[in-house]
Design a protein around this ligand. Structure first.
Ligand SMILES: *Cc1c(COP(=O)(O)O)cnc(C)c1O
Length: 399
């Protein structure tokens, strides 16, 4: 066994970036990659964005961390901004997506506790979901690769088939129904393979939740913050959640997340119910403010949608030239999936040697998650690189 100073839990590839600029990453030798991974949907403003960098630098020199023992004006200000932009009345800041989900689950549990229904402790989740890697969040998925070696896990979640409203109705009508306190769902599954929820499914979950007095929790950690073409993906479904977890894009690269809720849903989150040492520190808040400054500019979402339409049609035009490899395009906004006819991980590895970074997902899907500031020439470059990679690709050799 080799001893290593880093726990060898990641199957890291050979790319070793030391510098980023806009939509590109560079290693110490100056090799360049077009970054259509964005640190897994995180760097929505690309790398070294001047407004984000400047804001963080200024805040770091002023005040980095205090504590939630004290008032944190930067939290108050950002929360007011998020509340004004969303369905929510109240916000809790975290350091990551999984922690935002943990807060969402605690908010749901304490809501029912305070309402005198502590038996409504179960949350229904959906097949191939990804909600993070903490013990609670791996309990919320049926993905074996996340759960493996950690059984027994808490039995707080029941996983039902995604996009199957009849299965939800049947579960709610069964003896299990009385123990259900909410639904937890990604409007667009990321890790699971860029699978958007159908409108009927999300709208149906909203209606069933209302009918039973239970809560709809959305995981917008990956699809939120303009990625889908609206500030939050659920806006395109004509519904609002009771609770929403966000992270990834909101910090633009700074580790930060948030749990947003209506006042009603958060009625159990009273003094002492939850906390975090770092959550909402002034430096993290400054990063989020800078990201919001950019994504709420009037033309920003129009740009995302324009680029998304161009990327989709360019990919669709490319598919017939390599129809032994590429199957179809799916997704919302700049959260796009290219379904392959063979293993997507192997193709993502191969594409790196053609100068483009992508992310593999479930269902043999290659995720394209570019910075939201891409321009037309980045799309042309992406398609050129994908085509060159496809021409030089032999799945049998790669596998
Ligand atoms: C990345 C992700 C998470 C977990 O976020 P971390 O910051 O890694 O804890 C949760 N849900 C979804 C949908 C994600 O994509």
């Amino acid at each position: 066994m080799t001893i290593t100073p880093l726990m060898p839990v990641y199957g890291r590839c050979e790319v070793e970036p030391v510098r980023g600029d806009g939509c590109y990453l560079y290693d110490a030798e100056g090799r360049e990659w077009l970054d259509f991974a964005s640190g897994i949907a995180v760097n929505i403003l690309g790398h070294s964005h001047p407004h984000l960098v400047g804001t963080i630098q200024k805040q770091a020199a002023t005040l980095m961390h205090t504590s939630n023992l004290y008032k944190v004006p930067a939290q108050q200000h950002l929360a007011e901004r998020l509340v004004a932009l969303t369905f929510a009345d109240t916000v809790f800041f975290t350091n990551s997506g999984a922690e935002a989900i943990e807060c969402a689950v605690k908010t749901c549990r304490s809501f029912h506790f305070e309402a005198g229904r502590p038996e409504r402790s179960r949350i229904l989740t959906f097949s191939n979901a990804f909600h993070g890697r903490t013990l609670a969040t791996i309990s919320a998925t049926n993905q074996e690769k996340m759960r493996q070696s950690f059984e027994p896990l808490p039995d707080w979640f029941t996983v039902l088939p995604f996009n199957d409203l009849d299965a939800v109705k049947a579960a709610m009508a069964s003896p299990l129904g009385a123990s259900v306190g909410g639904f937890l769902v990604e409007p667009v599954q990321g890790e699971g393979g860029i699978r958007p929820a159908t409108p009927e499914f999300l709208q149906g979950l909203r209606a069933i939740a209302d009918e039973h007095g239970i809560l709809l929790i959305l995981d917008e950690v990956q699809c939120g913050v303009a990625r889908s073409g609206t500030l939050f993906a659920h806006e395109q479904y004509g519904i609002t959640p009771d609770i929403m977890a966000i992270a990834k894009g909101i910090g633009g690269g700074f580790p930060v997340g948030a749990c947003l809720a209506t006042e009603h849903a958060a009625s159990g989150m009273i003094v002492g119910r939850h906390g975090s040492t770092y959550g909402g520190n002034p430096l993290a808040m400054a990063a989020c403010e800078a990201v919001l400054d950019v994504v709420t500019e009037p033309a920003f979402l129009a740009h995302v949608n324009d680029m998304a339409a161009r990327l989709r049609s360019s990919l669709e035009q490319m598919i017939p030239n390599h129809d032994d490899l590429f199957d179809s395009v799916r997704g919302m906004g700049l959260m796009m999936g290219l379904k392959l006819k063979s293993d997507s991980r192997a193709f993502v590895n191969h594409a790196r040697s053609h100068g483009i970074l992508l992310v593999a997902a479930g269902d043999n899907v290659v995720r394209l998650l570019p910075p939201l500031i891409i321009e037309e020439h980045h799309i042309r470059e992406c398609v050129d690189k994908l085509s060159a990679a496809a021409r030089a690709y032999n799945p049998a050799v790669a596998a």
